[in-house]
Every structure is written in structure tokens, then in C-alpha cells.
Write a protein that binds this ligand. Sequence first.
Ligand code: NA7
Length: 510
Amino acid sequence: MATKPIREPSIVIVGAGVAGIATAVTFKQAGFDDFVILEKGSDVGGVWFWNRYPGLTCDVPSQLYQFGFAPKSDWSQIWATGSEIQRYHADVVDAFGLRAHLRTDSEVTDAVFDGRRWTVTVADGTRLSADFVIAATGVLHHPFTPDIPGLDSFAGATVHTARWDETLVTEGKRIAVIGSGSTGVQVVSALQPSAAKLVQFTRTPQWVLWAPMDLRQPAVVAKALAAAPAVHRRLYDVALWASGILADVVLHPSWRRTAVQQLARWSLRAQVGDRELRDRLTPDYQPLCKRQVVSGTYYRAIQAANAQLVTDKITEITPSGIRTADGREHDVDVIVFATGFHPHNYMRPMNLRGRDGLTIDRAWEQGPRAYRMTAIPGFPNLFTVLGPNSPTGSISLQYSAELTARYITGWLRRFRAGEFDTVEVTEAATQRFADAVARAMGPTVWNTGCNSWYFTEHNTIDLWPFDRATMTAMLTEPDDRDFVLTRAPAPAVPAEPVGSETVTSTPVDG
Ligand code: NA7
């Protein structure tokens, strides 16, 4: 006999980026409608909202970098620009009716579990009460600007790429770009042509794999895909399957990994003739060890007459520029920090308190960890989407987020059916998962001797070291042995309403 639904779970989703949108649409499609999405920014999109620097392009092909539930036929480029991806996210939010659930400019400051429910506080003081909290707060969210002596004394303009100032004029200026990751490479390529002078300061060279990143998607492809949505959907599945090669090359040494690495080495040799410059651009670690940088324009840009690569250590910022360890001072008008993020902060600095007042800082003293990317011991009825150990560059982010959200709907269904009031992953299961992750990291390319943002300060690698089939298997059916389910007695008197409003539309029936 089918279980009769007895209550609707109320849910707060924190974040309206890729993870939050995937979660909200998945919940809606599964029939869960009692949710609010709280977004700190003034619009949806997450990294695509915050990052607007010149040259921003996604290095994953657009036909793969999209939601499975919202394939877009008419991407203008094979690798879409940041602004087109941002529009896509806004369109998806409209198309799936998420605006009614969305509160922008709503930074969550606190989320506190009282043994039965969560109280979520927004910066403006609004408090929400919910049965579940979904943290879809992203990885590359908090920009990192190095504390270089003299930074405050600089007379020109400074900007971090993740907080680009759209009023900043770069044309005809002398520009310093600090950083050589994916962002540094893109921003150098974009700013060099119109700059009076562009000086890139790099600490560690990166392998830059050649690809024609500005290739347009032919109009005929868009027409054909639009005319046959079923075929488009099938092609998306094929693209997902084919992208398994990415996981394959990073996870285990093989001739396929060697071939991709050779391609990266060739990209440098073929494009940079000058021996001295090539030496300074040559990393001393294997290609693919850091997040692989992809560009069809960078080596040309850095060899242009108005461009210069500086590999000497930065010692100081002066009122007029940047001084390096060789004593030289490089006079510039603008300093662009392409210096990355604090990537392992996740929900923090939010005051997140779980069972018995456990703070997330204490729970994560030894670094961020979550069972199968999504559940944290001590934090009942809270799930992360694209949380710790989520893949980067090896498995589609959208696939991972949708899969995790579907997994969570399994718990929501059981909550609705009255099977439990709280669900919490066990410490033992989380440790078993962490051990399996640590073992699987051994043969990965990320572990071959480079420093990258993948490493936590506790020297663990915060990535997904398994293939997509393993991810799917781990997140298809919840394994009850790994969780503690509780049922709380119904309160004798109705609880005080929490703050100004509650998310829930249906009283909780214990
Ligand atoms: P990354 O990949 O973290 O790159 C940051 C860059 O900034 C990297 O080259 C760093 O050098 C450099 N950096 C950081 N601090 C300093 C100081 N103090 N001096 C000089 N150089 C410094 O960030 P991105 O924004 O480029 O890319 C992030 C991800 O976005 C990317 O991987 C894709 O997934 C999309 P280092 O290598 O640490 O020596």
C-alpha cells in the first residue's frame, strides 16, 4: 500500500548559482514546492554573476556546460562567454518558475538547528524556519587578494577579477596582471590588445593547452538541435558519456593521460619560439596537475610587443607600480589581481550550528569533509550541493549537482511520508568515505607534485577522485546504514513562530 503523504518539507536553499538552480528545479520537478532560495548577490548565476572580467569564457564546451533539464540549442560559441552563460542561468530561472521562490540581496548570516528544525537568519534580520537547509554556496566564491606590502599606497586603480569594476578604463593604460591561472590567462589575452603596456607577474608557470576558444557554434547546429529536442537530449547524454575521458586522464596514469600532456607541451613549443621566454613559461610539474588552463590566444598575447612576462618575485607595491626581487620597479596605472579564491570556505563565514551547538568551524577543524559531497555529521537535515570533494573539470558540475539534488529528494520523500523528522549521516560512514577518497587520490594527476588550489591547508585534495559511474552509484539510493533517523515527539504546545516569517506552509505533524 502506498504511503500517504502527511506533510510537505519546508526548505531553504542557500545560493542561486549552478548548484542552487539545479537543486531548485530538481525539487520542483519532484513535486517539492515549499522552498525559498536565498542569494547573496543581486541576481542569480553564482560565479557567473560575480565574475565579469574581460575575456571571461568557460573552458568547458557549452553543450556540456548546461543543465540536463535545460539544454540550450543556440549557444553562440562552442565555449560560451561568461555573459552568455549568465543570461542562460537567468533564463532557466524564469523558464522553471524559480523567481517566485527567489530572494536576492539576501546573505545568510546564521543557520542554527534546534534539534528539530533550522532557523536561518538573513543579513537584514529576516528569520526563516525550515525543515531542511541546502547549502549550494559554491567553491570559488571568496576572492583572494594577497597582502603585498605597500598595496594601500598604490596611486592607480586595483581590481580583483572576481569583482570587476565595469567603470574601469583599461584601454591605453599600463596594466599589471598578477596570476597565471585560468583567469590570469584569459584577462591577459583580453586586455593586451588595447593596453599601452601589459605586464604579467607570475609566480608559477602554467601549462596552457591550445584550443580555439572563440570558435562559433554554427547556426545550422542551433537550428537542427532546436528542431529535434529528443536528439539534443540524447546528444547531451553522449557528451556526458564522452566527457568520461576527462576523468579517465586525470584519475589514473595511462597512455591517454600521456597523450594529453604531450599536447600541452606541444602547445607551448609550437607557439613560443623564443627560448628564454619559453623556459620561463615552462612549468616544472606535469600538465593537468593544476587545473588545466586552456587558451588559443594567451601565448600570442604574452609575446606581443606591448606585453612582458615578469617571473621575479613581487616584493612590494609602490605608489607608481610593482617592485620585484631583482630591484626593478614596473610602473603601471592599473593592477589586476587574478589571484584566485579561498576555495575551501564553502558556507563560511556563515554562523552554521548543527546538533548540540556544533559549529561548522569546529566540525571542519581538520578541513572540509562531507559524506559523498553532501552530508555532514552533526548537521541533521542539512545537505550540501557541490560541497566538499565535488569534481572540477573531470565530471560535469551540472550533472553532479542534479544527481545530488535527486538524491536529496529521496530523503525529502521519506520525510513527507513521515518516516523521520531528522536525518543525519554517521561519523563512521563519513570517515569511510574520506578514507576511500584519500586512497583514490594516490594515482591521480593532482597528486604528482604541484601546488594548486585543490589542496586544503591540511594537505588533502578537495576533489572527486572517482569516475562518473561511481558518483552515480553512490548518489542514487540513500544507504540507511550510513544515517541516523530520528522522530521527535510532537510539541505539547505550538512552538512560538520564528521571527518575522516561516517558510513552511504546512504545520509539521510529529
Ligand atoms: P587560480 O587558478 O587559483 O590562480 C591564481 C593565480 O594567482 C596563480 O597563478 C597563483 O600563483 C597566483 N597568485 C596567488 N597569490 C599570488 C602572489 N602572492 N603573488 C603572485 N601570484 C600569486 O585562480 P583563477 O581565478 O585563475 O582560476 C580559478 C578557477 O576558475 C580555475 O581553476 C577554473 O576552475 C576556473 P601560484 O600558481 O599559486 O604560484
